[in-house]
Every structure is written in C-alpha cells, then in structure tokens.
Ligand binder design. Sequence first.
Ligand code: ADP
Length: 158
Amino acid sequence: MRRAIYPGSFDPITNGHLDVIRRAAALFDELVVAVACNDQKCPVLPADQRKELIEDACSELANVSVLIFSGLVVKLAEAQGAVVLIRGLRAVSDFEFEFQMGLMNRRLSPGLETIFLTPQEDYTYLSSRLVKEVSRLGGAIEDFVPAGVAAALKSAYQ
Ligand code: ADP
C-alpha cells in the first residue's frame, strides 16, 4: 500500500491543484491532501472551509482524503505512513523554491521521496493568489476553480 501526501495552503483550491490531485490519485493507492493551517500566511479562507472545499471537489475520488495540519510536513508524512510527497510544478519560476524545499525535506526525512507533477498546460498560469485577486476585484473565476470556491471567495470579500 503506497500512500502519498500533497501539502499546501490551498487558499483556495484551484483547477490546477485538482489536476495534480487527480494525477497523484491515479499513481498511488491513497492520497492525503494536507491543508496547512498557518496564520502567518494570513489566509483568506479558514482552514476548515479550505478542507471542505477540497473534499467537495474530490468527492468522486475514492482514494483521496483531506486533513488539516500545522508544523513540519515531514513529521506529518511520517505520522501518516506516507512514502511520497507530491508537489506541483507549473513553470521555471516554481522550480527554485520547490527544489530547495525538496532537498531540505530529503535531509529531514531521507526515506520520503518528493515527486513533482506538472498540470495540463491550461492550468500552468493558475495560482491561488491570482484567483483571489481577480475575485476581490469583482472578476469571474468560475473557469479557474471547482464549484463552490467562487461563492466562498465572493462572500469572504463582502
Ligand atoms: P504553498 O503555500 O505550499 O505553496 P499552494 O496551495 O500555493 O501552497 O500550492 C501547493 C502546491 O501546489 C505547490 O507545490 C504548488 O506549486 C502547486 N500548485 C499551485 N498551483 C498549481 C497549479 N495551477 N498547477 C499545478 N500545481 C500547482
């Protein structure tokens, strides 16, 4: 049984994240999507709402579960029995940070392998930050996020 873990802020989940989740869920027996509860990042949506939105978006993926965590990802991976850490790579701009983080995590937990997945091209320009900015300024974001997220952001910005 191979379990993978996909950590992130998911503030909010976008179709890019969902694409990575689908790919990872097809590769591993179980995928745990781990929502970071980090108030220093000043999230727009509370962690429990981010978790619910991911659960709704993944309801047809039977091997995907969602949890909230704080602290080191490698410790969570160990506690969950995960052998792989999933991260998404959109463009070269993601690479440097993800590369550093991957090497640090390997140093902290040598048995945990980081695997980078690339989304479908249409999603490579999508980021939670940009989606929030468009929504905050009154733009339509329905094409970029799973159902439910647009409404959640709209009411968060009211
Ligand atoms: P974090 O705060 O950990 O960067 P994010 O929720 O922004 O959390 O992203 C989690 C992971 O998903 C990161 O590896 C990020 O590069 C990846 N990711 C974000 N947006 C996309 C996207 N549109 N396509 C593929 N991967 C993405």
